[in-house]
Ligand binder design. Structure first.
Ligand code: PQQ
Length: 564
């Protein structure tokens, strides 16, 4: 058997396999399976568990893939495992040999692989992409995405469309330049590249194609050359409009005054296009079809990378939805990415009063960290409190769209930060922030908040609060279930209409992975990886201190209903 473009295109409806990140390239993470449902989920029990082994633990963020009786997962430190789905026995394991000196910003994570033909493909922390034979784990081809010594890394699941492997890059905290690349999945040959910062040149078939944006329209001087905008979370594919949708990280450095973004201007200057944006890209050529910038004049590390999910709203309109790190839930038009509406999905947003009718934030200028050069000694600008924190109202952990309820299920966090700016100059391979910060909880009893959101009105239909920040993916099913995990270790199933907890299981370590479901010989299975880590323990300030009791791990769990 070989995975085809049809398999990828129909992944949501072919319930015996999971061959794409997102359980469908639109990333809805919704399964039409309903043999497991609200009436029987209380009986769910483990079928098997698989340990990643070794002393290499840290954050386990993978979304498993299932094909032809084999489950494929990636692990921390760029490992990939093939496992028998019936028994949980290992078939083979691939360990990337990582060089000294890799510079991942936010833990040694990997979010999953891609599968096509007879190959399984994943990216490694040294900004390399590797294709393995899916039966043996032997390397078929390997290629460098970018130079890890300049701060580039890679953590996302690749996306496959029409025989091309599409990847982003990581490294935004090091003054790299965000880019999307497409390679021939058969041999790894580079087909096109699209840098996402204005002034940089794209390529197609080895030749220069077009410049991104217009030089110095929104970036002063040569700041665009180290402009950040890492495309670190990968993207979705909207088959109906034949568009890749990729998000871009914050512009570098964080200090917006150095990019002419400290004050509002009459033209685009200071907006830092196309950082902190969503881009619609032509998969055949890498040309940008449209852009929507969630946070122009970005100054709080509000990366615009979060997933964009195509859906049809209750009035029959073709829409995209995305829950941005900046705290606003956006609905965009699917043809051209144009702004439709936006609402807060967390409480206490302080950096903006709202979003205007053009989709531009209404800034609260007092809540922008101050200009260091305006301070007495030039060493530190005014410290302000901003909410959400730089780890966002929502970070990378994917939300889900239920076709059953028409609601989005958003894993969000209620927290803020003290943040200030400092002078900084670019040095290759060194952190390029120009900011300091401390994250703080906004409430004593919870940070995590799973919300069911109506995409027509922005209304929160229900909310379930959690002590620690939520950091795991969400999945919905036609059985009326919402699955997600907590850092405290529980995989939980909720009622999709009420938020009532129907089942939970303690997995032994924090869940920052992404659940899936599929069916094998008429039985519906649910799998999730457990293993606490990711950005929170590293960057979470006062919040990290409240969760430092959580243990690391590395166990993949698979559940089913008991045999009759
Ligand atoms: N990764 C996580 C995680 O896996 O928990 C959280 C974050 C990243 C962030 O909050 C980031 O800002 C971030 N930024 C970049 C970047 O700018 O290149 C990369 C990554 C990453 O690759 O994991 C993260």
């Amino acid at each position: 058997a070989q995975v085809t473009e049809e398999d990828l295109a129909n992944d949501q409806t072919i319930t015996t396999q999971v061959v794409t990140n997102g359980m469908g390239r639109h990333l809805q993470r919704y399964s039409p399976l309903d043999t497991l449902n609200r009436d029987n989920v209380a009986n769910l029990v483990p079928a098997w568990a698989f340990s990643l082994g070794g002393e290499k633990q840290r954050g386990q963020e993978t979304q498993p893939l299932v094909y032809d009786g084999i489950m494929y997962i990636t692990g921390s430190y760029s490992r990939l495992y093939a496992i028998d789905v019936e028994t949980g026995e290992e078939i083979w394991q691939y360990d990337a040999r990582l060089p000294e000196g890799i510079l991942p910003c936010c833990d040694v994570v990997n979010r999953g692989a891609a599968i096509y033909g007879d190959k399984i493909i994943f990216g490694t922390l040294d900004a390399t992409i590797v294709a393995l034979d899916y039966k043996t784990g032997d390397v078929v081809w390997r290629d460098r995405i970018a130079d890890y010594r300049a701060g580039y890394s890679y953590t996302a699941a690749p996306l496959i469309v029409d025989g091309l492997v599409i990847t982003g890059n990581s490294g935004g905290e090091f003054g790299i330049v965000g880019e999307v690349q497409a390679r021939n999945v058969e041999n790894g040959d580079l087909v096109w590249t699209r840098p996402v910062i204005e002034g940089h040149m794209g390529t197609l078939n080895g030749e220069e194609s077009t410049m991104t944006g217009e030089l110095n329209a929104s970036w002063p001087g040569d700041m665009w050359q180290t402009g950040g905008g890492a495309t670190w979370l990968g993207g979705s594919y909207d088959a109906d409009t034949d568009t890749l949708v990729f998000g871009t990280g914050n512009p570098a450095p964080w200090n917006s005054w150095l990019r002419a973004g400290g004050t509002e201007s009459d033209d685009l200057m200071g907006d830092a296009l196309y950082a902190a944006s969503r881009l619609g890209i032509d998969p055949a050529t890498g040309e940008i079809k449209w852009h929507f910038q969630t946070t122009p004049r970005e100054g709080w590390d509000y990366d615009g990378v979060n997933e964009v999910i195509p859906f049809v709203d209750a009035d029959g309109n073709q829409r995209y939805a995305t829950a941005d790190r900046n705290g606003f839930f956006y609905v965009l038009n699917r043809e051209d990415g144009a702004f439709v509406d936006a609402w807060p999905f967390v409480k206490d947003i302080s950096w903006a009063e709202g979003i205007d009718e053009n989709g531009r934030p209404i800034f609260v200028e007092e809540n922008r960290p101050g200009d260091p050069s305006a301070s007495a000694d030039g060493a530190r600008g005014e410290t302000i409190f901003a909410s959400p924190s730089f780890l966002g109202g929502k970070n990378w952990m994917p939300m889900s769209y239920s076709q059953r309820t028409g609601l989005f299920y958003v894993p969000s966090n209620e927290w803020g930060m003290d943040i200030w700016n400092e002078p900084v100059t670019y040095r290759r391979g060194a952190a390029y922030l120009g900011s300091g910060f401390t994250i703080k909880p906004n409430y004593e009893d919870h940070i995590g908040s799973l919300k069911a959101i109506d995409p027509l009105t922005g209304e929160w239909v229900w909310e379930v609060q959690n002590g620690a920040p939520l950091w795991g993916g969400v999945m919905t099913t036609a059985g009326g279930l919402v699955f997600t995990g907590t850092p405290e270790g529980h995989l939980v199933a909720y009622d999709d209409e009420t938020g009532e907890e129907l089942w939970s299981f303690q997995t032994g370590s924090g869940i920052v992975g992404q659940p899936i479901t599929w069916e094998q010989n008429g039985t519906q299975y649910v799998s999730v990886i457990s293993g606490w880590g990711g950005a929170v323990p590293l960057w979470g300030g006062e919040v990290a201190a409240t969760v430092n009791y959580l243990n690391q791990g590395g166990l993949l769990w698979t559940f089913r209903l008991p045999e009759e």
